[in-house]
Design a protein around this ligand. Sequence first.
Ligand code: MTE
Length: 301
Amino acid sequence: MITPQELFLKRRKFMKLGVGASVAPFLIDSLMAQTSFGAPLDYVAQNSPLNPTQEELATSYNNFYEFGFGKDDPKRNSKAFAPKSWKLSITGEVKKPLQIELQDLLRRVKLQERVYRLRCVEAWSMVIPWIGFELRELLAMVEPTPKAKYVKFTTLFDPSMFPAQKSLFPSIDFPYVEGLRLDEAYHPLSILAVGMYGKSLLPQNGAPIRLVVPWKYGFKYIKSIATIELVSERPISTWEKQNPREYGFYANVNPDVPHPRWSQASERVIGERGRQRTLYLNGYDKEVGYLYEGMNPKELY
Ligand code: MTE
């Protein structure tokens, strides 16, 4: 979404200020054990009519700016990323705030496989067999107060793990932030994924835990989440802050609302030839359309 040209210009501007560009290399934490699932899987989506994208493509063509802005940067630059333990903190407008090790959380939720379409705002798409649990399960544990209206998600900020976070010229504001309206977060299609293709998430795909909201553009699927906060005011998400003209809070897939720089009417299917027509709400209108009744779909970009 940010071009190398834009970055180049940013960097050049910085150099003019007379500040050196060299940064001492950070030591990246040593390799840590892979997450193993603590709960039995429930393969509810085994009979999905969708045809999953080749695993090799879904794990090598990625957007994860903490590891660089090129599509092959996340795989290449995340080889050393392997958190030993991962704490998730759920705070804010809740009756029972929770700080929990991911391993312990996974023993308390029902893991399922969900095969969903993934539509990126950049007009390409994949189909991913996720493993995860419904976000509403986690919300039920913390009991949001009546003041909670939105859910704000934040990626871990740890420059020793994410090389781009220590950059002097970050391409976006770190840590990455995303948000959902509370009723969107409670929708059963909203999941927190911890795996795909029957395995733990790889670093480039947002290990160890990320959001998946299949009716929204991919940039809502925040990766490597450390904090979930229930808030009363609408949070400003990373891309909205970066460029509010091009990226909104809702980011609902809509073929009739073009991105200011390209059409959203069709999408390039990764791993297949040609393009296909983009579906309203990415094909999940029947399930989630009611959330937006009375709102102008053109304003939900
Ligand atoms: N989460 C974080 N923390 N940082 C990112 O740069 N990129 C987003 C989203 N989540 C991003 C992120 C974008 S733009 C997309 S399209 C999806 O992750 C891509 O997910 P994938 O690489 O697993 O296909």
